[in-house]
Design a protein around this ligand. Structure first.
Ligand SMILES: [Zn+2]
Length: 572
């Protein structure tokens, strides 16, 4: 995706070519391109270009009569400058803007047409296109610090979120973090003042450096080689190539079609980023589709505002990989097909920890509420703490009739609960997502003096039956990052570090599944590829074969071991 330096060079070269010129004709090929109909695009024709502006990654042409053409290139949109009257190339050409001195051609490679063009009347109409991110280049350290402090995200996410910073995407965020010697997974809330200053300086230096480089490379020509992967980048697009500063091979974090590159030596104290940190990222903090999201939200807003919409359905593209819908699918499968916890855990906690209905429970990482429900039924007041909106909404829908149920949007590291307010903290299928050091501090804060912790996992068995063995093999073969996300990364050692007083008990657990349910169970895993991923079809075909081999009376038995670790966090 063209980012700030690329957009700036486009603007500089457009400045000398189109400002002062009359936009004679606009020809649009792709029905997906134009997202507004009032004023009609025709109105822009015959108007003179008075100036150019940038809003985030968008290019704005200021025309006569207070008209503004807003162009967003998204990932694959590119501009080209051709001779006057040049033809539209059949391949990839989606629009031409004809001036008397030349033709501005817009192309978009690939089948996903996501670039957008809007015509807006009046400067006030432009505001809706401004996600509001800080312009890093113009910012002083104080405004940068305040912007970073607004939300607690991974640095990768914060830098690439257009609502936080303007114009920075996957490529330059990698470069900035390398220059700042900071991990892409470090959270904004964890930065000390020196690191904030370093990031600010690295951000400005990186952007300036690349603007200068691209400017020199382009000269007086039109930028024709706009790409996210440039020779001279330190880490971005350079997986396994030597870091220019230390020679260590550049590493990557891959998720779906996105990739973050970093040097472990320079940025992460030699650590490879995987397992817990990566899992958290996959769950809630990956920047992959912010532009998608922005686009979807805006399209929806426009649809509401301008109804009835006379345009054909094709004019309102629905991106085929809508991340929100994809996650909704998972949540739905999660609610329907994830196993409950055996009642034996309550009697065990009653016997060994003194659990009573009067206890106040904090279910941290409560997800869709499976464990909360257990304690509500037992008579407890349950604070269900869950950062993910979709999961929390599912729990609220299901459990809102229970008087003891209190749903809270917060994280394990910052629950927002009062100090000394909780008798027992439980985490079902969630502890491996936590930042354990910070969660421990937070747990100590909210627990009463003799408070307890109970960590639970339903772990599907890997080789208890031929069916479970083949299912495990299938996950190994087709999953995205199965190894890294696997909760088995939690070791006795890491649990002992969290609290040396934890005891372990295990309980047998199982579910009976027909094929649809088995499929739903598989797709509820965060590492399972969803429809649209190349692994999806072959994975489902294999699942069908496995089911056919092992079903008895139309069902298979899905076996778990429920592991319960419980104990006081601190021995008083
Ligand atoms: Zn290095």
């Amino acid at each position: 995706m063209p980012e700030l330096p690329d957009i700036l060079i486009y603007l500089e070269q457009l400045q000398t070519r189109v400002v002062g010129q009359r936009l004679e004709v606009i020809r649009v090929v792709s029905p997906f391109l134009v997202r507004t109909y009032d004023p009609p695009l025709k109105m822009a024709e015959g108007k003179r270009v008075l100036g150019l502006e940038r809003i985030g990654k968008r290019i704005v042409f200021r025309l006569e009569e207070e008209l503004f053409l807003v162009l967003h290139l998204m990932i694959a949109g590119r501009l080209h400058w051709k001779s006057p009257g040049a033809n539209m190339p059949r391949k990839a050409g989606i629009a031409t803007f004809c001036f008397s001195n030349g033709t501005l051609l817009l192309t978009e490679a690939g089948s996903r047409k996501r670039a957008s063009l809007c015509l807006v009347r009046g400067g006030a109409g432009l505001e809706q296109y401004d996600p509001g991110g800080l312009e890093l280049l113009d910012s002083d350290l104080e405004s940068f610090r305040k912007t970073l402090a607004k939300e607690n995200h991974t640095l990768k996410r914060a830098l690439t979120d257009p609502h936080i910073f303007s114009g920075i995407g996957n490529a330059y965020s990698d470069e900035i973090l390398h220059r700042a010697r900071l991990s892409p997974l470090k959270r904004t809330g964890q930065l000390d003042p020196d690191e904030v200053a370093r990031l600010h300086q690295a951000g400005q230096e990186t952007l300036r450096l690349w603007i200068e480089r691209l400017r020199r490379e382009t000269g007086s020509g039109f930028p024709e080689k706009v790409t996210a992967f440039r020779a001279g980048m330190a880490v971005h697009g350079r997986y396994q190539k030597p870091c220019p500063d230390c020679g260590a091979p550049v590493q990557r974090i891959v998720y779906a079609e996105n990739e973050t590159n970093y040097c472990p030596n320079c940025q992460t104290g030699g650590r490879l980023l995987a397992d817990r940190a990566l899992s958290r990222l996959l769950k809630q903090d990956w920047p992959r589709s912010l532009d998608d999201l922005e686009e979807i939200k805006r399209t929806a807003r426009e649809r509401n505002r301008t109804a009835p919409m006379p345009a054909p359905a094709a004019a309102l593209p629905v991106p085929d990989r809508n991340p929100t819908a994809r996650f909704s699918d998972r949540v739905d499968n999660y609610v329907r097909y994830r196993p409950d916890y055996p009642d034996a855990i309550l009697s065990c906690l009653g016997r060994e920890a003194g659990l009573m209905p009067a206890w106040v429970i904090a279910d941290v990482g409560s997800g869709t509420g499976i464990l909360s429900a257990k304690f509500l039924k037992h008579g407890n007041v349950v604070y269900a703490v869950e950062p993910n909106d979709e999961m929390r909404a599912a729990a609220e829908k299901w459990l809102r009739g229970n008087v003891g149920f209190i749903s809270i949007k917060a994280t394990a590291e910052g629950t927002t609960l009062s100090a000394g307010s909780v008798d027992l903290i439980v985490a079902g299928q969630a502890f491996h997502w936590f930042d354990q050091d910070r969660a421990r501090m937070e747990f100590l804060r909210i627990l009463k003096p003799r408070g307890w912790v109970a960590l639970l996992w339903n772990t599907h068995k890997m080789d208890s039956t031929p069916f479970m063995r083949e299912y495990e093999q299938l996950q190994q073969t087709f999953s995205i990052d199965y190894q890294q996300v696997d909760r088995r990364n939690i070791t006795a050692e890491s649990l002992g570090k969290f609290s040396p007083y934890l005891q372990k008990r295990t309980f047998p657990n199982a579910q009976e599944f027909d094929f649809e349910a088995l499929k739903g169970r598989l797709l509820s895993s965060s590492y399972a590829p969803l429809p649209g991923h190349p692994n999806f079809e072959p994975m489902i075909a294999e699942l069908e074969r496995i089911f056919a081999r092992h079903e008895i009376g139309g069902a298979v038995r899905f076996e778990y071991e429920t592991e319960l670790y419980f104990g006081p966090l601190r021995q008083d």
